[in-house]
Design a protein. Sequence first.
Length: 192
Amino acid sequence: MNAITKEELRRTALLVRENAFNKHKKTSFSDDLLSNFMLWIFDKKDIQTIALYFPINSEFKTLQLMKALFLEGRKICLPVVIKQSLPLIFKEWTPETEMKTGHLKIPVPLTDKELVPDLIISPLLSYDKQGVRLGYGGGFYDRTVADLRKKRTVLYLGIAFTEQKSYLNIPKEDHDIVLDGIIDSFGVHNFV
């Protein structure tokens, strides 16, 4: 039997995420995730700058979380692609920040102010019990986390609908950076 490829996993995981996204539109999933995450981060005073992402398609909608963290006094930043082969940079976001269209038509802050995050929260297609993240295949988060960790400690979490957990092991390549944990509607779960 042939091993399943990451590309095959991506196609299946995208369908699973789209179904979960549509299912949870009518549930309290977002409110539960927000409440549990805010309880978790409340006493984490060493996490002051948080990188989130501007959601597209069926990705978990992060705007409510971004606003809640901002109002709680944390600095929020969003990823910006400079070049395909380089790590991401992060630009500051506030509720008043003007946005422009960036790489892959994803909105990015129209500011020159760069921040270095203490916590990176990334979107994903799927993840497994070891914390291997299945992304879109560009390697942006892997390059970025690896680069930042050469200089400082950075916590790396994925955010997902519960259905996105893979019960198959996702193939891990040498350059893949494993998640420290996952955020879902039940809270933050660390990988050991």
